[in-house]
Structure formats: structure tokens, C-alpha cells
Design a protein around this ligand. Structure first.
Ligand code: B12
Length: 434
């Protein structure tokens, strides 16, 4: 039996003016090309959970063209993010029309299962752990069920965990690798559409398993740069220190996503720098406390906001850069937000910045609220869930003001001159600390 696991890779933007701008902004494009090469860790995990006597093929399709011939498999598994779900459905329909049964799984399928079920022989909702091994056994015995619910907790326990099949990436021309160290995030921001939505509790992988995964990933790629595919790696400082001590001897270069509280702990920061961490991506979301009111149930980010500048200096002073993420179009934002973000970026000396537009991904609390308030622009706008396309009526400005403000910020922040200025500032901080 041969199972084909198909990843729709690459990045997506819909609004033509933004797409056009994207190709002319050097810093934005560079990062775009790097991230677009990341593999589907979801499908490598599914491959790891497949019984060893079943052959697995992993394929990446950056661009699905109708005329491309379909490779033959006994069973096809396709992963899903919202932005490319229509491409995933079209591909699933073609495989099924050619007589190959299809299983759909992943974030979008978990958030919109009824819709996904109309394009699949079976769907897997939540994690593949606890579902995929059962599904493969059922398929072998001719009793495939239309839906399998995977685990939302305990996914890293020995009886459910399987190491992702990094070996399937051998020969791939990219050296960026993803490894997941945790799943979920208790901050629970209203707009978040990441792994938090397929978990019922924050879960951390035992450190020895992460080290084994790193070795396996290294065996498949020469000198990989690691991106930890987490929502919030250093939530638990004690676990974080154990993890950093374990990976320091490995001599890695790496990146992860976490929250600003890493700056509270000097020992953690020192370990972070020693372990080869090059950059942490932090969701700052907005420069002012009032902007952040209500975005997470405990107003955690609102309470932290006043200390953002100090925290960024502290982290970057260790030689670890901060990629500060801002979301524009929050309910408390008015058109003056664009200028304030620009000003904050200048003051902060952040080396890298990510600006996105608030996006009501289906199934998130934000989606349900905006639907209730009648503010969604279209009933179904999944291909615009790119983080760069406006899909709802903002509260404090018009759709056009939000679109224009986003483009203005892109031009102001992602240009060579600005980047050089930020780099110079960053070097000053590093020198001060030496
Ligand atoms: C790495 C990454 C990428 C990579 C790799 C994509 C890929 N092919 O996997 C790249 C850079 C290409 C990418 C692109 C995009 N991304 Co991205 N990306 C991530 C990131 C950082 C990690 C994802 C990951 O590896 N998770 C770990 C794995 C193990 O989890 P998983 O995929 O959920 O898989 C588990 C289950 O879902 C399930 N499963 C998954 N697939 C399948 C398939 C089958 C058959 C089965 C049975 C089960 C199953 O089993 C797995 C194990 O339990 C997350 C943010 C984060 N911190 O999580 C954003 C994230 C997934 N990306 C996001 C977005 C918006 C995008 C883009 C639209 C950005 C853009 N404008 O282009 C594009 C999407 C284009 C596309 N091709 O789909 C959003 C998606 C939200 C959503 N609900 O759709 C996230 C959550 C970030 C965010 N800010 O919200 N991304």
C-alpha cells in the first residue's frame, strides 16, 4: 500500500496592489522566499504516525495546475491552511475523480469540518495523533469512516507520539527545517488561528524527544537552520531553561515564536543567546495599551505593553533579534494607528517587523463575533485569509483606509533605507552591552 501526502506549499496574497508591492520591497520578499521553503511538519508527522509496513510519499505542490498529471496512490492525504483550502479541495476532487480516496486534515479542516467533508472520503479533525493510525488500519480493512477525531491533549505522550519523518526531505534543496516543541498557547488571543485551535491545553514535548528530532532533521539536511513551529515556546521558563541547556551543545542556529515575558528572566535570556537563537518573533500586536484592550481574555498583552521598549532592548542586547509583529485593524484602531506603529518601530530599534491585518479565520472567536455583528465582507472569503487582505469592516476606520494604511506602512517600513537604519540601531544596542 502506498500513501501520498500532499503539501500545498508557498505563500499567498490576493489583493493585487499588495502583491505588486510585495515584489518590489526587498526585505519583505527575502523573508517571503525563506519562509515559503518550509516543509509541512503536519504531513511529516502524519508520515511518522503511519505503520512502518506502509509506503509513504511526501510531495510539495507550490502551485497546483489542473493540467499536471496525478501520481497514483492507494490513499491520498492533503493538509490544509485556510488561504489555500480551495486549491486543496480542487486537488482532492481531482484525486477522487481519478478513483483515489482522499483524507483531508489540518487547521482549516479542524475549524470547518462540515465543509471539508464534502471534498473528502474521510476527514481528520484536530491532531493526527490518536486518529491517523486508526484510520490507516480501517482503510486496510475496507472500513474507512467519514470522520476521525484526533487528540487535543496528550499528543506528546509516548503511546501517541511519533517522530516526524524528516528523512522524507532528503535531497530537497532547502535547509530550513521546522521542529515543534510545544502545541497551543494559553494567552488565547481572539484572532489566533494557530495550533491553539486544535488543542485543549498547552502541551510541551519532552526535551529528549526534541533533541532526537533535531538529530533526525540534521541527518536529512546539511546545516539546517531551525524554525520551531510553536505558538509560544517559552511560556514555561523552567522547561525553557532545560530545553536551552539541552540544545546549546548542538551548536544550532535557530528561530522561534514566543511572548515578551522572556525578557523577565535574565538567566533565560543568557541561555537563549548561548544556544544559538538568532531571532524570536513576538506578537506585540499594537503600540498602545488601549489598543490592546480585550484582545485576549486576561488582557495579558494590554498589561505588558508599557514595558515593550525596555523588553525589546533587553532581548536584542543579548544578540538575539526581535521580530516584532503588529496587527492593524483592531477594534480600537483608528487611522492614526499607522503613524503610531511607524513611530514605535523607529523608537523600538526592532531589527525586524511584521505587519499584518487582523484576520477572522473561520472557527476563531473573532470570526464568530464579527459574524454576529454583521461585519464580515463576504460569507466565504477563505482565499483572502492571507494576513494581508482585508475581509471585514473595521470599527474605527473604513475598509479603504485600512487597505491604504497597510500599504503605506509597508512602503515606510520595508525598504532598504529603513532596514539599514534599523540595523545600525541594533548594532548600537549590541555594542553598548559588550
Ligand atoms: C511553518 C508554517 C508555514 C510554512 C509551511 C506550510 C506547510 N505546508 O505546512 C509556510 C511558510 C509555507 C506557511 C505558509 C502560510 N502560512 Co503558515 N505557518 C507556519 C507555522 C509557523 C507552523 C505550522 C506547523 O508546522 N505546525 C506544526 C504541525 C505539526 O501542526 P499542523 O500543521 O497543525 O499539523 C497537525 C494537525 O493539524 C494534523 N494535520 C495537519 N495536516 C494534516 C493532513 C492530514 C491528511 C491529516 C490526517 C492530519 C493533518 O496533524 C498534525 C499533527 O497533529 C504556523 C504558526 C504556528 N506557530 O503554528 C503558521 C500558520 C499555520 N500559517 C498561517 C498562514 C496564514 C499562512 C499563509 C496563508 C501566509 C501567506 N500569506 O501566504 C501561508 C499559507 C499558504 C499555504 N501554502 O497554505 C496561519 C494559518 C491559519 C489558518 N487557520 O489557516 C498560521 C497558524 C500562522 C498565523 N499567523 O496564524 N506557513
Amino acid at each position: 500500500m502506498k500513501i501520498g501526502l500532499i503539501a500545498l506549499s508557498g505563500v499567498r496574497v490576493r489583493t493585487p496592489e499588495l502583491a505588486a508591492l510585495g515584489v518590489t520591497l526587498p526585505q519583505f520578499v527575502n523573508r517571503g522566499q525563506v519562509i515559503a521553503s518550509l516543509p509541512s511538519l503536519g504531513l511529516l508527522t502524519v508520515a511518522g504516525l503511519t505503520p512502518p509496513d506502509v509506503e509513504v510519499a511526501y510531495r510539495e505542490m507550490p502551485d497546483v495546475r489542473e493540467q499536471d498529471p496525478l501520481e497514483r496512490f492507494d490513499l491520498v492525504g492533503i493538509s490544509s491552511f485556510t488561504a489555500q483550502i480551495d486549491e486543496a479541495y480542487a486537488l482532492a476532487d481531482r484525486y477522487r475523480a481519478a478513483g483515489m480516496p482522499v483524507v483531508l486534515g489540518g487547521l482549516h479542516v479542524s475549524l470547518a469540518p462540515e465543509e471539508a467533508a464534502t471534498h473528502a472520503d474521510s476527514i481528520v479533525v484536530f491532531g493526527a495523533e490518536g486518529a491517523w493510525p486508526r484510520l490507516v488500519e480501517d482503510f486496510r480493512h475496507g472500513r474507512l469512516q467519514p470522520r476521525y477525531d484526533g487528540l487535543r491533549a496528550g499528543v506528546f505522550e509516548p503511546r501517541h507520539y511519533a517522530r516526524p519523518r524528516f528523512d522524507l526531505l532528503r535531497g530537497r534543496p532547502y535547509n530550513h527545517m521546522t521542529v515543534q516543541t510545544s502545541r497551543g498557547c494559553p494567552l488565547d488571543c481572539e484572532f489566533c488561528a494557530a495550533s491553539l485551535r486544535i488543542t485543549s491545553a498547552f502541551q510541551q514535548k519532552p526535551v529528549p524527544l526534541i533533541v532526537e528530532e533535531i538529530h533526525a532533521a540534521r541527518a536529512a539536511t546539511e546545516q539546517p537552520f531551525f524554525e520551531f513551529a510553536d505558538d509560544n515556546t517559552f511560556l514555561n521558563k523552567k522547561w525553557g531553561k532545560d530545553f536551552l541547556r539541552a540544545i546549546t551543545p548542538l551548536g544550532l542556529s535557530w528561530f522561534t515564536e514566543t511572548d515578551i515575558s522572556v525578557a523577565d528572566d535574565d538567566e533565560l535570556l543568557d541561555l537563549l543567546a548561548e544556544s544559538g537563537c538568532r531571532q524570536i518573533l513576538v506578537g506585540l500586536e499594537s503600540p498602545g495599551a488601549d489598543d490592546l484592550d480585550g484582545i485576549d481574555p486576561h488582557n495579558w498583552k494590554r498589561k505588558r505593553c508599557d514595558r515593550y521598549l525596555e523588553a525589546i532592548d533587553k532581548i536584542q542586547g543579548r544578540g538575539v533579534t526581535v521580530n516584532g509583529c503588529f496587527v492593524v485593524g483592531l477594534d480600537n484602531h483608528t487611522p492614526e494607528i499607522f503613524g503610531r506603529v511607524k513611530e514605535f518601530v523607529e523608537r523600538s530599534r526592532l531589527l525586524e517587523v511584521q505587519i499584518t491585518v487582523q484576520t477572522p479565520f473561520p472557527g476563531t472567536p473573532l470570526y464568530h463575533r464579527l459574524a454576529r455583528e454583521g461585519r464580515l465582507l463576504q460569507p466565504r472569503y477563505w482565499d483572502r485569509c492571507t494576513l494581508f487582505d482585508v475581509t471585514y469592516r473595521p470599527r474605527g476606520m473604513t475598509v479603504e483606509q485600512l487597505e491604504e494604511g497597510l500599504r503605506w506602512l509597508f512602503r515606510e517600513i520595508y525598504n532598504e533605507k529603513e532596514y539599514i537604519r534599523r540595523k545600525r540601531h541594533y548594532m548600537e544596542i549590541v555594542k553598548q552591552r559588550l
